[in-house]
Design a protein around this ligand. Sequence first.
Ligand SMILES: C[S@@+](CC[C@H](N)C(=O)[O-])C[C@H]1O[C@@H](n2cnc3c(N)ncnc32)[C@H](O)[C@@H]1O
Length: 256
Amino acid sequence: MTASTTPPQLLDTLIESWERQQDAYVNHRAERFGIILDALGYARPELRTVLDIGGGLGSFSKLILERFPRSKVLTLDYDPAMLELARHNLRDYGDRSAIIEANLLDPAWPDALGDEKPDAIVSSTALHWLPTGKLIALYKRLATVLGQGGVFFNADHLSHSAPGSFFHTVSTADDTRQQQLAFAEEVPNWDGWWEQFRAVDGFVDLIAERDRRFSDAPENLETTPTLHTEALHVAGFTETGTLWQYFDDHIIYGIR
Ligand SMILES: C[S@@+](CC[C@H](N)C(=O)[O-])C[C@H]1O[C@@H](n2cnc3c(N)ncnc32)[C@H](O)[C@@H]1O
């Protein structure tokens, strides 16, 4: 069996299971997506092309395609196995969906966009995988990829806080409670989901390549909202700020 001959029902199950697993780690994940969709709708109703960076299997891309029927969404990721799931997840959108394999740590990644000119860039639960210096460099590149008036939204955990501080205590307590509730309902955790995925014959080679690509890519839990907004400002975004916050979970925005 190969990835493309894997039964579609099995792929659907993996995708649904991914959503429940991510919902367990991000309390109010649906609301977080919804706020970005609403902000795009209010500010850029004529949205044409959206780039979803670290888009994974296309969770956010799909919501954008549904909400903005005239838009095209480019789902960019460096994990070939997740992108294969994205191809399945977004198969009904035809030319309105494009899958782009590129490494955000590679300064030349914008070349992978070809002639596409996004007027919005979004990201969810992905940029905390970049070291701080690379994140700052990425924001400079986003400023060149977006034309004037282009918008950027980053929804992510920005969990830098001193252990023992009030903020650290309440944020981690809320994360723990949310995860305990979900895992009691048999939602898989991160390792459990990957175990399910690794057991699918057709994906063995793609997941091995994914493991090779991310063998030295630890999470970076050391950035703050101020760091993100300043980095965007220095990169050339004219207005930056926090659109939403729930404990350590934030939506940071930048207007080019
Ligand atoms: C936790 S997943 C989130 C996926 C999706 N945005 C969501 O909300 O479900 C993080 C994603 O970031 C991607 N990612 C991490 N580092 C990356 C890099 N250097 N270049 C491109 N994608 C990267 C991973 O492959 C993964 O798909």
